[in-house]
Design a protein. Sequence first.
Length: 112
Amino acid sequence: MIVRKMSEQPRTDNPHGVDVRRVYDSEYALSSVITMKPGEKLIRHITPVDVFFYVLEGSGIVEVGEEKKPVFANTVIESPSGIPHCWYNEGTSDLRVLVVKVPRPTAKTQLL
């Protein structure tokens, strides 16, 4: 068994400039927790694999394709591969999101 405490995981370098910590990394899947402070957002991008997001804490705006919706804790959002998506924290508290990419990407994410 492997047990990881998220606060002890190192931040991963990313073009969005937000706090991203790796949860799981295998040949089959990749998972991270993103924490966005109020006012932070991700750069609109396209992931080469399917992604699902689970909002752990806070609220935010998620954009997948042409749809843009407010989401809250305990919400799951699916984002198919090849579709532009983005996150915005327009609230007053941290937004924490679990990101799961399946299968593990072999190509890079495309920033828009």
